[in-house]
Ligand binder design. Structure first.
Ligand SMILES: [Zn+2]
Ligand SMILES: [Zn+2]
Length: 332
């Protein structure tokens, strides 16, 4: 399967949590947690369409101002999604600056908080000095917090001591693969039209429309959507990435993690402590590397990536990745 999502931990395993996921062929990215963002270029920051915040500890949210500053002049909106309380926190953060010079700025921030059963949403516009607009809310027991025709993000509340930490699952509804050899055999020219074609397949079915197909000869052919699908496309299970961080090592969390990450192509999960320091992990409400690996194995994920290592292991930087890998592959 060719990837639709290109995930990257921008600060490595020891730095602040921030998983940057580029969406193939869309010029867009999603960000999971918003720690230090100085390792992202301006170009990369400007691609971010939505940010998913697990919880508001400072290492997960300190990058917000950097992102806001880069996005101030852009016309595409930015969505921020987080646990209960994030509306008030980001509202206060925005109120902490003077905005008398932004009247002509197009940026719109949409902030959503999920209570576990309900989404509350507020819009903050640069041109209004980021004053919060009237709150909207709707029931959301399934935790689907962000949805486009080509991907959705679902939240799951886990316990991080006495606060919730949201885990997220990013998923394609279905993966549409293009049969390259068929494309070339028919003289079709690969290009951005293929992304539009895939979006037409994902949209609710309508009467058969014709698709403009550029040819290698320089001409254009008009082909019916259904015919084109039969000729060059095939479907597979959509790609799935699970993101889990800052969770207490308790059975209720294990059950939820295994369920949410079930059969994921990639599980990105915290491994803050070595298992020999389990007592410390309990006190700090984090997972050990062994637990992270074991949960990945129980969930049947294809690939595991661990991060959010405590600096106390910096003298042996591979220790936690190896411990997680052993538990993932062998188990006990
Ligand atoms: Zn953290
Ligand atoms: Zn935390």
């Amino acid at each position: 399967m060719r990837s639709s999502f290109y995930p990257r931990l921008i600060n490595g395993p020891f730095g602040d949590p921030a998983l940057y996921v580029r969406l193939a062929h869309r010029g867009q990215a999603l960000l999971f947690d918003c720690g230090d963002l100085r390792n992202l270029t301006t170009r990369e920051l400007l691609k971010i369409r939505a940010v998913f915040i697990s919880h508001a500890h400072i290492d997960h949210l300190i990058g917000f101002d950097v992102l806001l500053r880069q996005c101030l002049c852009r016309s595409q909106g930015l969505m921020l999604v987080g646990p209960e309380g994030i509306l008030a926190r980001l509202g206060s953060r925005l109120a902490g600056y003077t905005w008398n010079l932004t009247a002509g700025y197009p940026l719109t921030l949409t902030v959503r908080e999920w209570t576990g059963t309900q989404v509350r949403e507020q819009v903050f516009r640069a041109c209004q000095g980021f004053q919060p607009e009237t709150e909207r809310h709707w029931d959301c027991p399934d935790g689907v917090l962000f949805q486009t025709p080509y991907c959705q993000v679902q939240g799951v509340a886990l316990q991080h001591g006495d606060i919730p930490s949201l885990a997220f699952v990013l998923q394609e509804p279905v993966h549409i693969a293009i049969r390259k050899e068929e494309l070339l055999r028919r003289g079709y020219l690969p290009g951005p039209w293929l992304t539009r074609f895939k979006d037409m397949l994902l949209a609710p079915p309508t009467a058969d429309v014709r698709v403009a197909v550029p040819l290698q000869s320089g001409d254009m052919a008009w082909v019916g959507l259904r015919d084109l699908r039969a000729r060059i496309a095939s479907t597979e299970r959509g790609m799935k990435i699970a993101y889990v961080t800052d969770v207490s090592p308790i059975p209720a969390n294990y059950r939820r993690i295994v369920r949410l990450a079930r059969d994921a192509h990639l599980l990105v999960i915290e491994a803050t402590f070595a298992h020999r320091d389990l007592e410390r992990a309990r006190l700090r409400n984090h997972l050990t590397a062994h637990l992270a690996g074991r949960l990945g194995r129980l969930a049947g994920v294809a690939r595991l990536q661990v991060f959010h290592h405590s600096p106390r292991y910096q003298h042996s930087p591979e220790l936690l990745a190896e411990e997680a890998c052993n538990a993932f592959q062998a188990g006990d």
